[in-house]
Structures are given as structure tokens and as C-alpha cells.
Design a protein around this ligand. Structure first.
Ligand code: C5P
Length: 299
């Protein structure tokens, strides 16, 4: 028997970052929007825990117990006093180390898939607890839609979204490590007063109204200067997308994927074609959001 779960990628339409906390994490006001690029995690009973991965970036995915999908299976099995012996297969379409929560998606997907396969019957709150232990972005991958994440990003408040937002994503040549980007944020901010992170009322209003122009005027990412500092070529990609007619251009999360908000599907196709022709990125994808969270497809 096997169970497959589909899990979306995310873009951060606002990422407000506070000063480093004593535990090394940063308090955030993190407005997540799930978008329709998906990984699928299939779990099958097996003699030992193992992970396989297929997809264009599959060679970059660790297949040992550091993989968030494996860690999710182990965490759920431990809580329920059973063995985690399953084969986890990840059909990967979300860019790896791209700032789109691809690893988090696999953790949330494996957790939901194992819960269904094993008949664990874990409550939503227990699943969300395990997600938060696995990583700051993992609870959002389970929930999807749009949400404000506070604390280190794991405390979620669902947000209303009044329409569909169309995006173009440019994948860069290479990845960025999230801890390295946060360290660069700390370095760039040394000696300055870093304000408490708060969600922008204009941004929440734009989401609720489904108004792309208003959302474009309100998006922000406090990690963008750090990502650009570590990966200066991203400035060329951002400029190419703006020149192609995107309403706004920003680094997605900790990067290096760049995100371009556009008015509609037609504009997405045009901006995507111009970005592809610009030679400033590896691949280009279009997707819209909000997208549903982790969903069991069948067994
Ligand atoms: O929570 P997660 O393991 O996904 O975070 C990865 C790394 O990103 C952390 O080890 C930390 O360096 C950084 N981080 C942070 N503040 C957050 C979330 C992540 O500094 N709120």
C-alpha cells in the first residue's frame, strides 16, 4: 500500500526580520502565500527507512536522515512508538535551496503521508507541532493558502485572500543557504537598531482584496539585501523582470529564486519569455496562488 501527498511551494510577500534572538533565530512577520508548484511525496511500507528523489534538481537532494521527509517520518514514528521503516519517494518540482520551502514541503508531505499510511490518526495540532520541530517554514507547507507566520515563522494565523495572484519565478544558477543569508542579515545590520517585525496593514488589505497592483506596492523582503550581497547577480535578474513588465520583483524568502508579481496569466507568459531570453537565470516558471496546503492524493 502507498499514499501520495502533494505539497505546494511558497513565496513570502512580506518577510520582516527582527534582531537575532539569544537562540540564534530571528523573530519574523512572515506573510506566506502558497503557489502552484508542487512536490509529491509517496510513502510505501519497506524493510528500512529510505529516501529517493526524482526531478531536474534531484541530484542536489540529500537522501540520508537529514532529509526533512525522513526526519518527519522518524518524528511521527517516535511519538507513536512504531518503526519508521518506509520508502519515501519525492517527485521534486520545487527548486532546491531556492527560498521556496521545497525541503519544508517534503517534510510536511512525508508527515501527512505517513500519518495516512500508518493510520496514526494524529490531530491537526499534533501534526503542526511536529512540523514546527522540523523547521520554521514546515507548518505553512502543511496549511497552505496564505498565512502570517510570527515567532520564528512557525506560529500561523490564516489570512483571507480575495483573488488569484499570478507570479513568474526565476531559478538561479546555484543555491543559497538560509542560515548563511540570516548571518549576512546580522552582519549588514551590525550596530543599527533593528525594529520589531510587524505585518504591513496595506499588504494584508491588498491580499484580502485580491488586488495585484496594491500587493505589488506593499511587498517587502528584509532578507533581500543579504541575499543580494551573497549573490550579486540576482540584481540583473530582478532588473530583467522589471523591464519585462512585472508589477514588482523581489527575492523569494532567503533566495536565490526571484519572484515577479504580474497582473494576469497573459502578462505572466510575456514576462516569463523575456526572462528566459535575458540569460540572467537558469529556468523560469509561472505559478499562481493561493494554492492548497499538503493534500493526500490517494493510496
Ligand atoms: O527553522 P529552520 O531550521 O528552517 O531554519 C533554518 C535556519 O534559518 C536556522 O538555523 C537559522 O539560522 C535561520 N532562521 C532564523 N530565523 C528564523 C528562521 C530561520 O535565523 N525565524
Amino acid at each position: 500500500m502507498s499514499v501520495t501527498v502533494r505539497v505546494p511551494a511558497k513565496v513570502n510577500v512580506q518577510l520582516a526580520v527582527g534582531a537575532a534572538r539569544p537562540d540564534g533565530y530571528h523573530d519574523l512577520a512572515n506573510v506566506f502565500l502558497a503557489v502552484g508548484l508542487y512536490d509529491e511525496v509517496t510513502v510505501t511500507e519497506a524493510d528500512a527507512l529510505r529516501v529517493t528523489c526524482a526531478g531536474p534538481d534531484a541530484h542536489q537532494v540529500p537522501l540520508d536522515r537529514t532529509n526533512l521527509a525522513a526526519r518527519a517520518a522518524v518524528a511521527l514514528a517516535e511519538r507513536h512508538g512504531r518503526s519508521p521503516d518506509v520508502h519515501l519517494h519525492i517527485a521534486k518540482d520545487i527548486p532546491v535551496a531556492g527560498g521556496m520551502a521545497g525541503g519544508s514541503a517534503d517534510g510536511a508531505g512525508a508527515l501527512l503521508a505517513c500519518d495516512a499510511l500508518w493510520g496514526t490518526g494524529a490531530s491537526r495540532d499534533e501534526l503542526l507541532d511536529i512540523c514546527a520541530e522540523l523547521g520554521s517554514d514546515v507548518p505553512f507547507s502543511l496549511v497552505g493558502g496564505a498565512a502570517l507566520g510570527t515567532g520564528r515563522g512557525e506560529k500561523l494565523t490564516p489570512l483571507e485572500v480575495g483573488g488569484t495572484f499570478h507570479w513568474v519565478f526565476a531559478m538561479a544558477d546555484g543555491g543559497l543557504s538560509t542560515p548563511a543569508v540570516f548571518r549576512e542579515f546580522d552582519r549588514l545590520g551590525e550596530g543599527t537598531d533593528i525594529p520589531e517585525p510587524v505585518a504591513s496593514p496595506d499588504l494584508l488589505d491588498a491580499l484580502a482584496k485580491g488586488d495585484p497592483e496594491a500587493l505589488a506596492a506593499a511587498v517587502s523582503n528584509d532578507l533581500q539585501p543579504a541575499a543580494l550581497s551573497l549573490f550579486p547577480a540576482l540584481a540583473d535578474t530582478l532588473a530583467a523582470g522589471r523591464a519585462a513588465g512585472a508589477l514588482t520583483a523581489l527575492v523569494s524568502g532567503s533566495g536565490p529564486t526571484t519572484a515577479f508579481l504580474v497582473r494576469d496569466a497573459e502578462s505572466a507568459a510575456k514576462v516569463a519569455a523575456e526572462l528566459r531570453a535575458s540569460g540572467t537565470c537558469r529556468t523560469v516558471r509561472t505559478a499562481s496562488g493561493p494554492a492548497p496546503g499538503a493534500t493526500v492524493l490517494g493510496g
